[in-house]
Design a binder for this molecule. Structure first.
Ligand code: PEP
Ligand code: MG
Length: 579
């Protein structure tokens, strides 16, 4: 039994067999399998060879002879290797004799050959090492690609273990079979973590080298409450965790029972709880959990699971479906927030050197006007169906806001010309998620109807800590005094300007921050749907006087550690069963 400590990113407990998804661009660790799985792995290895030969043959056939036959020659050499029976036998023998995965056998065998080649003095032969690595990658691509497809067609319960998972990959998991997630990389507010939380799949991230230490189909426990993964647990630990799981489900049922009750503090202050969604189908779960509308619809997910750009009608259908669930309650549609860890990097010809500071969010939209206008057109059309609001992400300056609003006006004029109905008084807001926006909030407030504080990015940009990088995850904290001072400024400026103020970053989903946010003056929060009952329970257990005291105390503190400890203790007193 081995216990690994990471970051708890999505609550709940999963006990299931590991399904390990290796990554082609990382070393493939030696992963043992049970003797009964050997035949299946050998079959996988043989199929990978067959498919790689098929792929190369097709590529060779379409190569132009005029290139002096160079490319054709390279492919011919690769094909000769792939057709070599002794190579194939060496790999399948390794799977058989050492009970290892097909991926490991392919990688270990080919790397050994490559190492051998590179030591040869003859330059022609030593350069062949590069070809062997190329062949290794091609075979791994076949093996890993198939496995990724298999994850979409699971028939038994698994815990997915990977070095890294993309938000899109995670969004495609079938909740019925994927019981938990554990990754080496990632952080609490990475988009993959956000998707896991939205789907309600227990997850732990930042486990650093979990994928090296796990065998295929090993039993694992993923404890998304404490941030722990236990590999090959003993009988006693399994029983203990089955008990934890039962208690957790019981607590969830208990909390679900308050669904119909209002989110009011003990001294009668009403708080509005909205939901964050990535897909229209999630709107229903916000309603189920007692949410009063959508405070953040991350529409970029419309782009993330398709290969072609969504049409205006795709946008419209998605918005109409969401608004249909909430009728006359607010649905805040955030315009696409692509870039950084979402979509554009994988599709870019040349990846950006620093994508989180690059062409993302509203900047990306302002440089891709056709795409931006298509989305605005669809949002405006949907605006007559309910209480739709528009929100621009990652605004960093007044000029950027003005540009975005100008384009919105253009699109409104287009709709007027086409005689298409839309809400002419649609509310327009911005996310405050950069220090520059927070520091100029008083100015920005004059031109918008609401602010929504995106604490995930605001924390990242204030502290200069990548929100998805496990190497700096201990430095990432919204309880840092610098972050809290910026949040306070934004709240005060919104109140002075008499515009609505929401918090939609993960801070609003974290129980220990609730008293502080209320004490600082927040009255509307938007959060991951599964967290709504728990947060509501906290709100119903406190008085505004308690919250004001917490805020006053915290804002006088100068250390993140001191603030975090104080917040945890205060929350524990209010709701001991949750902490
Ligand atoms: C945020 O940055 O806090 C936010 C809510 O937006 P996202 O997590 O989608 O970047
Ligand atoms: Mg953000």
């Amino acid at each position: 039994m081995e216990i690994k400590k990471g970051i708890a990113v999505s609550p709940g407990i999963a006990i299931a067999k590991a399904l390990v998804i290796d990554a082609e661009d990382y070393r493939i660790p030696r992963r043992s399998i049970k003797p009964s799985q050997r035949m299946m792995e050998i079959r996988r290895a043989r199929n990978a060879f067959k498919d790689a030969v098929g792929e190369l043959t097709r590529l060779e056939a379409i190569q132009d002879e005029t290139e002096e036959g160079k490319i054709k020659d390279i492919f011919a050499v690769h094909l000769r290797f792939l057709r070599d029976r002794s190579l194939r036998k060496k790999i399948t023998d390794l799977v058989h004799s050492q009970s290892v995965t097909a991926e490991y056998a392919v990688s270990a065998t080919l790397r050994e050959i490559a190492a051998h080649f590179s030591k040869v003095k003859d330059a022609y032969i030593s350069e062949r090492a590069a070809d062997i690595y190329d062949i290794e990658r091609r075979l791994l691509k076949q093996l890993l690609g198939k496995k990724r497809e298999d994850v979409e067609h699971l028939t038994e319960e698994v815990a997915v273990v990977a070095r890294e998972l993309s938000p899109t990959q995670t969004a495609g998991f079938n909740k019925e079979f994927v019981k938990g997630l554990a990754t080496d990389a990632g952080g609490r507010t990475s988009h993959t973590a956000i998707v896991a939380r939205s789907l309600g799949i227990p997850a732990v991230m930042a486990l650093e080298n979990l994928t090296d230490d796990i065998g295929e189909a090993d039993l694992v426990i993923i404890d998304g409450n404490r941030g722990i993964v236990i590999v090959k647990p003993d009988e006693q630990t399994i029983r203990q965790y089955q008990e934890y799981e039962r208690e957790f489900v019981e607590l969830e049922h208990k909390l679900d029972a308050i669904k119909e009750k209002p989110a009011v503090t003990r001294d009668g202050v009403k708080i509005t709880l909205l939901g964050n969604i990535e897909f229209p189908e999630e709107a229903e779960s916000v309603l189920q959990k007692g949410g009063e509308g959508i405070g953040l619809y991350r529409t970029e997910f419309l782009y993330l699971n398709t290969t072609s750009e969504p049409t205006e009608d795709d946008h419209y259908q998605a918005y109409a479906e969401t608004v249909g669930v909430f009728k006359h309650r607010p649905v805040i549609i955030r315009t696409v927030d692509l870039g950084a860890d979402k979509y554009t990097q994988s599709k870019r010809f040349a990846p950006e050197p620093n994508p989180f500071l690059g062409l993302r969010s509203i900047r990306f939209c302002l440089q891709n006007l056709m795409m931006f206008k298509t989305q605005l057109h669809a949002i405006l059309r949907a605006s007559v169906l309910g209480e739709v609001k528009i929100m621009f992400p990652l605004v960093t300056s007044l000029q950027e806001l003005m540009q975005a609003k100008l384009i919105l006006r253009d699109v409104m004029e287009d709709l007027d010309e086409e005689s298409i109905a839309y809400n002419k008084n649609i509310h327009v807001g911005i996310m405050i998620e950069t220090p520059s926006a927070a520091l100029t909030a008083a100015t920005l407030a004059r031109d918008v109807d609401f602010f929504s504080i995106g604490t995930n990015d605001l924390t990242q940009y204030t502290l200069a800590v990548d929100r998805g990088n496990e190497l700096v995850s201990t430095l990432y904290s919204s309880a840092d005094p610098a972050v809290l001072r910026l949040i306070r400024t934004v709240i005060q400026d919104a109140h002075k300007a008499q515009i609505d103020l929401h918090v939609c970053g993960e801070m609003a989903s974290e129980p220990e921050y609730i008293m502080l946010l209320l004490g600082m003056g927040v009255r509307t929060m938007s959060l991951a749907p599964p967290m709504i009952p728990e947060i509501k329970q906290i709100i119903r257990s406190v008085t505004m006087e308690d919250c004001n005291n917490v805020a006053r105390k915290i804002l006088g503190m100068n250390s993140e550690r001191q603030i975090s400890n104080y917040l945890r203790d205060a929350a524990r007193k209010v709701l001991p069963e949750v902490f």
